[in-house]
Design a protein around this ligand. Structure first.
Ligand SMILES: [Fe+2]
Length: 497
């Protein structure tokens, strides 16, 4: 019996079906190329996206360290003191003595502390805290901490005076992120020498540390040199305070126990996103690193709306890590830009303090006549690590390769915002340079007769500085450097017009 020849199936296809099959054959190599590309990208970016700095094994000594003063939800009457000691929970307390505004020293009282054992990747430690309320305007408080047999030195802090309730002055820093703690130690010393008696708190826009390890927290407290025992710190977590867990992120386990911020944040973000009420401003802090999924976006949106719109104070200041309009070349944060920027504009933020980009940028909002109005958005950095900036027209003022601090004064009628460079190393530290020579930016936010907050740019005549030079020495790096120099030149020419 002969078998009838059966042609291959392809030949049986109609011409258009054959075309479809060919297209599919072409798609397979394309898919493989894409897969290979994704694999290479994943390998190159693995550490940045998923890697964590290793945490060396450590022991927590039985000694009271890492003392941190933070405000409660009412800045004029509430403070929390947090500290660390040992690896086993022991009875702990704070002894508090008030010296009134009139100079009377009142009897000391002992307040038991709450403690918790915190285990990180490579060690453990016990954190304690005491929350104080009903503190008095103008009083100074002496305090001593006790954990088991350990006692701290006697420290002190002062509550704002009547005058300070009418004028709130503070320093805001972008990322400090200083792995060696050398530059930051010098900077904090400079700040103490210039401003210790004048400011009421320190605001930090995240990435205080290089990574979530005990060593880097040690560096942080070393750089502060005890300032956190008497100056309240208001901080937002940044991505460098987070552990990467695959695609998820987890805030370092030490963050909450060593700051114990108010419990008025959105669900799932307690003591990470929060707000603090001052007589003249509501100060709102967002933990933007973990606002990644629909649930956290929605809960933060409604919480931020409520926090902004329910405030009775004349000013709303908002602090967070990831900027709504990034200044680092090529960087974008879609969630902050497309969702939270609108919320801040619509619900009445006046001044927005941001970090993450290791450069300087300031943006204002324009009304229909083109006048600059609030909110003003600022990005700053005090870190030795610097990034190349982009040149988006959204930013009124830019800078790169700079380490800056912002000295901000809030009164009933205005916010006076100034940004200063830290003193360059070329000038000896024993003589602090006249600060006016280090001024980098200056704004005044003032409520106009129309009810809008107008922003006056006082830095128009100050030159912008572009000191970033982290381009490689190879031809690719030199090409990038030449392109950057060209963009800087074009910007300077545009600004002259
Ligand atoms: Fe960051």
């Amino acid at each position: 019996m002969t078998t009838k020849y059966k042609p291959p199936r392809l030949r049986n296809l109609k011409p258009d079906k054959r075309k479809g099959r060919k297209k599919r054959y072409l798609l397979i190599p394309l898919f493989l190329v894409l897969l290979l590309g994704a694999g290479v990208l994943l390998m190159l970016r693995w550490r940045a996206w998923f890697g964590n700095p290793p945490e060396a094994p450590y022991h927590t000594p039985e000694e009271i360290t890492r003392v941190t003063l933070t405000p409660g939800s009412d800045f004029t009457t509430e403070r929390t003191l947090s500290w660390r000691s040992g690896e086993y929970l022991v009875p702990s307390a704070l002894t508090l003595q008030e010296i009134t505004a009139r100079g009377d020293t009142l009897a000391a009282r002992r307040i038991p502390a709450l403690g918790r054992l915190v285990k990180s990747r490579s060690g453990k430690g016990c954190f304690y805290h005491v929350s104080l309320d009903s503190l008095h305007v103008g009083s100074r408080y002496l305090y001593q901490l006790q954990s088991g047999e350990q006692r701290s030195p006697v420290y002190s802090f002062a509550m704002p005076s009547e005058r300070e309730c009418d004028t709130t002055r503070f320093v805001y820093l972008g990322d400090v992120q200083d792995p060696q703690a050398q530059m930051s130690t010098t900077f904090f010393r400079e700040l103490r020498e210039r401003l210790a008696d004048s400011i009421q708190f320190l605001a930090l826009a995240g990435d205080q540390i290089e990574g979530p390890t005990d060593h880097y927290w040690q560096c942080w407290y070393q750089a502060l040199q005890g300032w956190s025992t008497r100056l309240p710190i208001i901080a937002a977590p940044g991505n460098h305070e987070y552990l990467k867990r695959g695609f998820a992120r987890e805030l370092d386990v030490r963050w909450v126990p060593q700051t114990n911020y108010p419990l008025n944040g959105p669900k799932g973000f307690l003591q990470r996103s929060y707000y603090i009420d001052f007589p003249l401003m509501r100060f709102i802090v967002l933990d933007t690193t973990d606002i990644m999924w629909l649930g956290s976006i929605n809960s933060h949106k409604s919480w931020l709306r409520r926090a902004l719109s329910s405030s009775r104070q004349p000013w709303q200041v908002v602090l967070f890590h990831h900027a709504v309009d990034c200044v680092r070349e090529g960087r974008k944060n879609i969630i902050m830009h497309h969702i939270f920027k609108d919320e801040l504009l619509t619900y009445g933020a006046d001044l927005v303090l941001q970090g993450h980009d290791h450069g300087y940028a300031r943006a204002t909002t324009r009304d229909e006549r083109g006048d600059t109005i609030a909110p003003a958005f600022v990005i700053s950095s005090a870190s030795p690590k610097v990034y190349r900036n982009g040149f988006s027209s959204v930013h009124d003022r830019l800078g790169s390769g700079l380490q800056l601090y912002q000295d901000i004064t809030v009164t009933k009628t205005q916010i006076h915002y100034t940004s200063y460079r830290f003193q360059p190393d070329s000038i000896p530290r024993d003589s602090l340079l006249d600060r006016s020579k280090l001024l980098y930016d200056e704004l005044i936010l003032r409520r106009g007769r129309d009810g809008a907050i107008h922003v006056e740019d006082k830095a128009r005549t100050l030159p912008e500085l572009f000191l970033y030079e982290g381009f490689g020495a190879d031809s690719k790096g030199q090409k990038k450097a030449a392109q950057y120099a060209k963009e800087v030149k074009e910007r300077r020419e545009r600004r002259k017009k």
